[in-house]
Ligand binder design. Sequence first.
Ligand code: NAD
Length: 348
Amino acid sequence: MLKPSDLAYVPFVSVENMLRIVNTIGPGAMMAELAQYIEADFKRWESFDKTPRVASHSPEGVIELMPTSDGETYGFKYVNGHPANMARGFQTVTAFGVLARVDTGYPVLLTEMTILTALRTAAMSALAAKYLAPKGARKMAMIGNGAQCEFQALAFREMLGIDTVSLYDIDPAATEKCARNLDGMGLNVITCTSAEEAMTGAQILTTCTADKQYATILTDNMVGAGVHINAIGGDCPGKTELAPAILQRADIFVEYPEQTRIEGEIQQLDPDHPVTELWQVMTGAAPGRRDEKQITLFDSVGFAVEDFSALRYLRDQLDRTGHFEMLDMIADPDDPRDLFGMVRRAAG
Ligand code: NAD
């Protein structure tokens, strides 16, 4: 039987506690476990409320709300994307999120999601690649070595058995930072001075740059037959990474077409250009990779269901790790109608 006192305090995961949780479980293991939650939720895709995220754009960036519900639990994430932040010493992407019960509407989890977003984005990338990357892929090129980069590399090591990662960024300091962080993490790390050099011999190409414009990180002649492209950074109207000719040659896989057509690489294509929804690949309703010559593209933008899965996963780790605190977040007087009485009693 539900007691109001069970609901008034809300578990809160601070940045400090998130760092403890990640280091207790281990980043690679955590992303692999999180990917299982995402896969389970994608396989029950039709049970979710779905809507493209609500975006508030400005010349500097975007602030977005990403809600969804499966009828029992509701979740949302607040996230920003500000490419110019990095030069000012701030994160490009920061986030926090909430999980709530649908039956009472009371929140059951409040958490930082900047780190959790990097984990879930990498888990989602590796999960998509599990269905799309060429068999036996061992080398991944990472173009853009910012905040997301190491998470991506580790998720691909953990879930796909990638053993070599080649790094390129227009800023060599970012590449050095990434190589330093990946040292001793079970990957052969190669630092490169051009995107072409990084891509040589790679079966998986990850683009993870941040620029608020139609950028061309990969040109058509850089992409050979049979590769898998994991395109992370094109995730806003007017912000893309791939030359349109690549999109014409690739089989394109997306999270939620209604959102990806606004925000993804495919905003550069006709609105009816065929794409495959990843949940259908996961349920077996649509094929993933069909042959060795095919170019597959995961046009990643990040969808609310992935954050819901991440929040659900995190909630299930609270008892396992003990790394959370309880927040006095819900005003919940014994007599629900006596809210003002609560104010008076507090006055003394
Ligand atoms: P970041 O600012 O920390 O890093 C971006 C890096 O890209 C920087 O090191 C920058 O020097 C580099 N870069 C910029 N232009 C480049 C170019 N032409 N060639 C090579 N490198 C270049 O950003 P981040 O947090 O790592 O995020 C990367 C991108 O991923 C952002 O655009 C962000 O919006 C996006 N993102 C997508 C998802 C998703 O689910 N798809 C989730 C999180 C972030």
